[in-house]
Design a protein around this ligand. Structure first.
Ligand SMILES: Nc1nc2c(c(=O)[nH]1)N[C@H]1C(S)=C(S)[C@@H](COP(=O)(O)O)O[C@H]1N2
Ligand SMILES: [Mo]
Length: 357
């Protein structure tokens, strides 16, 4: 089987480019949302319903990113010779187009490779992943917009006019190539979505977190040693609650997902005290709430609940999961679990709630 002659398939390249553009677009929008949810600018509000909203957007982010990998490779295959046609630069617009392709290819590879490594929990680099992944996303999208603007006339041309006769004998047909590429993208999607769609878990080789409720960072890794339940206190404003006091307060039980930025997510039945009840009992004015943990210096040792989420009746300091006392690795004696929030903000081993504004 041979791949189609590259020069003869501008239509193929445009078709794949369209799919790639859609995958990149979905990935970019959901990625920017994820960034804003974690670092909200003043004008940004993330709703608390549906409770699985972040689970959906982040699932789309990781899935569209994985789908983009075979699409990008196929796209590069179809246009590869054109990247080296001479003269390298014909005119100023041509130079801009060439430059934008170079940036686009480089930035796309960076995003897909770093994203894939992050989703599989490998960090073979020195830089901190989120800011780099976020910054380069804007570079990729800027270059993509330039590229689309330049190629718009070609994309508008009917397929028949773009086609330049059949590829040479023995070559995989254009249709076959598109089907193969689409198939590869579909396999890539199936390999990832199981991390977030439970009944697809068995087919997902990339769904590395296959346990019913995975542990992201264990107590050991976070440097949190066994907690003495009689000595432990939760500080809310000026008030301190013992574990027994928390357990004696009215409890709320809710089915809520943990949706990690890495793409895996899992739902569980959490039981605990609504954060808003604790704030009211402590007599503090509601607002954004800083949630601090026993962990000394991990980057996810604390998080900030926006006021909207802090006053939601389903935003809990959970003492139990699925009817059992919280295991230490899941945040014993209590952990935050709030609807529609990224996993990184579901702080474990909570020790203090502080209204910050
Ligand atoms: N204190 C603390 N809480 C934390 C973390 C952490 O590193 N430290 N990791 C977060 C991340 S990234 C995720 S996805 C969830 C996972 O919760 P689980 O380990 O109970 O499944 O916990 C969050 N809570
Ligand atoms: Mo996470």
């Amino acid at each position: 089987m041979r791949l189609p002659t590259r020069e003869s398939s501008p239509h193929t390249a445009t078709r794949i480019g369209t799919w790639l553009g859609i995958a990149f677009g979905l990935c970019f929008v959901t990625g920017v949302l994820s960034h804003y949810v974690q670092h909200p600018p003043g004008w940004f509000t993330w709703p608390t319903r549906p409770v699985g909203l972040y689970r959906i957007t982040q699932g789309v982010h990781v899935t569209s990113g994985v789908a983009a990998i075979p699409l990008l490779l196929a796209k590069l295959w179809t246009v590869y010779p054109k990247l080296f046609t001479r003269p390298l630069v014909k005119s100023v617009p041509h130079a801009v187009e060439r430059g934008s392709i170079l940036v686009l290819v480089g930035a796309s590879f960076f995003e897909l490779v770093t994203g894939l490594f992050n989703a599989t929990q490998n960090y073979p680099w020195q830089f901190f992943f989120p800011p780099a992944h976020y910054a380069v996303a804007w570079i990729a999208v800027g270059a993509l917009l330039v590229h689309i603007a330049v190629k718009l006339p070609l994309m508008r041309t009917p397929a028949e006019e773009v086609r330049r006769g059949p590829s040479h004998p023995g070559a995989l047909s254009r249709r076959g190539f598109l089907l193969t590429t689409g198939g590869a993208a579909a396999v890539a999607v199936l390999a990832t979505v199981g991390a977030t769609v439970p009944w697809l878990r068995s087919v997902s080789v990339l769904g590395t977190r296959s346990a019913a409720l995975p542990v992201n960072r264990t107590a050991g890794a976070a440097g949190v040693s066994a907690v003495d339940p009689s000595a432990w206190r939760l500080t809310v404003g000026d008030r301190r609650f013992s574990l027994a006091e928390l357990a004696a307060l009215p409890q709320t039980t809710a089915e809520l997902p943990i949706a990690c930025v890495e793409g895996w997510s899992a739902s569980a039945r959490w039981t605990g005290v609504p954060v808003r009840d604790l704030l009211a009992l402590a007599g503090v004015e509601p607002g954004d709430v800083r949630v601090e943990s026993l962990e000394r210096d991990g980057i996810y040792r604390a998080s900030t609940l926006p006021a909207l989420h802090a006053r939601d009746p389903l935003t809990l300091l959970a003492l139990q999961v699925d009817g059992e006392t919280l295991p230490l690795d899941h945040g014993y004696p209590c952990r935050l679990i709030a609807p529609s929030r990224p996993g990184v903000t579901q702080t474990k081993w909570v020790t203090r709630l502080k209204v910050v504004r």
